[in-house]
Design a binder for this molecule. Structure first.
Ligand code: FAD
Length: 579
């Protein structure tokens, strides 16, 4: 079989892979059964219909609804999406009319007989169990919110479907104080929306930061924004019990310092576990965490059974296989499963994990691996922080964007990126596209991106990342915020090249003020020394670095300048983090 490059033609040479589900020519109408009627399952079912008009396609969904917008659920809690009906995108009836799908809600698949190729289905209204024969089976059962084994866990609410959402809205009506356990995407979206609903909200998170897909100094920007909008954060702290009037915590470190919080509403958003019990009982191969293992055509260890979505382990572009709980991948893989079943297989590309969240008007987006993960794996990398304007500074409404790029030190491959601020989504989408196409970090400088003053700068922030990478490739030395103390302890001198006014406002302890415009006058006395320069964001530091290098000074620039250093050290001061 042949598979193209990441963006190339992924169509395989069909005669080397079984055509259809068994490699048999499909003459008689096929029966396809899909378990799970939301993101991945419904993509597979509708694509199968587009490819095979003659098939009998049955979708089994144990809940009340299919094709609902799970990503929109938090926003109805806060009233941003006003009409609940807007969350229900299709009904069994509408899917029957348009796609001739046989959609059965309140129907739970309870076992699979792989030899007989049948699924046992329980009608949840009557309790009646029937067997359904299949030619090909697609599993898209998703993942369930974790219920951690703590006293009172039954008092905690979770959010996965419309019924959960209704329960949260009902509980929020008479509540004044809420605790959300878990500062992941769903937990923070809920926190924001509970604030919109008028509640006093505290988020408790075991990690020393919010949002795991970001590094701590980036996540801190989000944390400060949440606090500025009234969300209280308890980071590095775990909920150990849910009591009648609130939660107990294992302490953690914060300004409040108490070990309990009052709450009349407690949400658990502490992660998920794959709904792979059915697959396990059927003897399909799972990984050690219980995720279903599939090949690049979404085929499980049984050639007649495919699996997609949150219950499936994903191949990653640069790192070990891992779960990735994102709607885009579930939808795409649902389509790929249908393509393979119908005999027109396309291989999946490795997942990058491109994600975005909006919180109180702040956009935070990320793709690929974090510095934290890569350091734990012992990888050598270049890390770049910049703080450009989202569009030309002279055009009204410009604001600062925080960007981070992580690059393989040897190959210049892009390993990950994070962005926070206006236009973060656009920059991360551009970088994700570059990663998918195998572009090196240096090549970001050469991307021709759309520009007018209200949208970008003539050198877009993504181009600037490429220029900084080019400078580093050219031998410029940079120091990360968390490496500064060690370098100073080794005898490096720290120069602040900002203005006196900036220095007086706030400065890094121990830094000497030598404004950039006066640096030439001091260059001779610095000759032969080891000097770290820093400015506000790293740009003037770069100019200072170039200047001092030419005077024979061994010089390094503090990456991201004072701004990144401040965010990183402030995060570290809040809770003891290891970067
Ligand atoms: P699901 O969409 O969860 O569907 C699985 C369905 O299978 C469920 O309805 C379940 O009832 C059914 N099922 C399970 N077992 C059986 C059985 N034995 N018999 C019958 N039916 C069964 N992703 C993003 O990319 N962006 C976002 O902004 C975003 N926001 C989210 C917000 C919330 C509140 C939630 C919960 C998720 C969000 N996600 C988001 C994640 C995204 O929704 C999931 O990645 C995606 O839905 C996974 O698709 P899936 O088909 O694997 O599972």
């Amino acid at each position: 079989m042949t598979v193209g490059n990441r963006l190339g033609d992924r169509r395989v040479v069909v005669d080397k892979i079984p055509l259809g589900v068994y490699g048999e020519t499909m003459t008689s109408p096929q029966t396809y059964v899909v378990i799970g009627g939301v993101a991945g399952g419904m993509s597979a079912a509708t694509r199968l219909r587009r490819l095979d008009e003659s098939a009998h396609i049955i979708v089994l969904e144990r809940g009340e609804h299919v094709s609902f917008a799970n990503c929109g659920l938090p926003y109805h809690v806060g009233g941003v999406i006003e009409d609940r009906n807007d969350l229900v995108l299709q009904t069994p009836a509408s899917l029957g009319v348009r796609f001739a799908l046989d959609v059965r809600v309140r129907s739970e698949a309870i076992s699979i007989d792989r030899d007989a190729r049948t699924v046992a289905v329980r009608d949840l209204a009557t309790g009646h169990v029937t067997d359904l024969a299949y030619d090909a089976l697609v599993l898209s059962p998703g993942a369930s919110p974790l219920r951690i084994p703590i006293p009172g866990v039954e008092r905690g609410l979770v959010l996965r479907d419309l019924a959960d959402m209704d329960a949260i809205i009902a509980a929020a009506k008479d509540a004044r104080q809420a605790v959300v356990a878990g500062a992941g995407f769903i937990g923070l979206e809920l926190a924001e929306n509970l604030v919109h609903a008028g509640l006093d909200v505290t988020v408790v998170e075991l990690m020393p930061q919010v949002l795991r897909p970001f590094d701590v100094e980036m996540a801190h920007i989000v944390a400060e924004h949440l606090e500025a909008h009234g969300v209280h954060l308890r980071l590095g702290s775990g909920v150990t019990a849910i009591t009648e009037h609130g939660v107990e915590l294992d302490g953690g470190r914060d300004s409040v310092g108490s070990d309990s919080l009052d709450a009349d509403l407690v949400i658990l958003s502490v992660g998920v576990r794959p709904d792979s019990g059915l697959a396990a009982a059927a003897g399909l191969t799972l990984d050690e965490r219980g995720y279903i293992v599939v090949d690049e055509y979404q085929r499980t260890s049984d050639a007649a059974i495919y699996a997609v979505g949150d219950a499936v382990i994903k191949q990653r572009a640069d790192g070990p296989a891992s779960p990735v709980w994102l709607a885009g991948l579930a939808n795409r893989h649902g389509r790929l499963a249908a393509d393979a079943i119908a005999g027109t297989p396309h291989a999946a590309v490795p997942a990058l994990g491109t994600a975005v969240i909006g919180l109180f008007g702040l956009t935070a987006a990320a793709v690929g691996r974090t510095e934290r993960e890569l350091r734990e794996e012992g990888r050598t990398m270049r890390v770049i922080h910049t703080h450009p304007s989202d569009h030309a500074g002279y055009y009204p409404g410009a604001s600062t964007l925080a960007l981070k790029l992580i690059v393989d030190a040897e190959t210049d491959a892009i390993l990950g990126a994070q962005a926070i601020g206006n236009g973060a989504d656009k920059r991360i989408d551009v970088i994700a596209t570059a990663m998918a196409g195998g572009l090196k970090a240096r090549a970001l400088a050469d991307l021709e991106l759309a520009y007018a003053p209200q949208y970008a700068s003539a050198k877009d922030p993504v181009n600037m990342l490429g220029y900084v990478d080019d400078n580093l490739l050219d031998g410029e030395d940079s120091v990360q915020w968390h490496e500064l103390d060690d370098r100073v302890a080794e005898g490096w001198r720290l120069l602040d090249v900002r203005t006196a006014a900036e220095y007086e406002e706030a400065a890094i302890p121990g830094a000497e003020l030598v404004p950039l415009d006066e640096l030439r006058e001091h260059a001779d006395r610095l000759r032969g020394e080891r000097v770290i320069v820093h400015c506000k964001v790293g740009q003037r530091g770069h100019t200072a670095t170039r200047l001092l290098r030419q005077y024979g000074v061994t010089v390094a620039n503090l990456d991201g300048g004072y701004t990144t250093w401040r965010a990183g050290t402030a995060a570290r001061a809040l809770t003891p983090v290891r970067v």
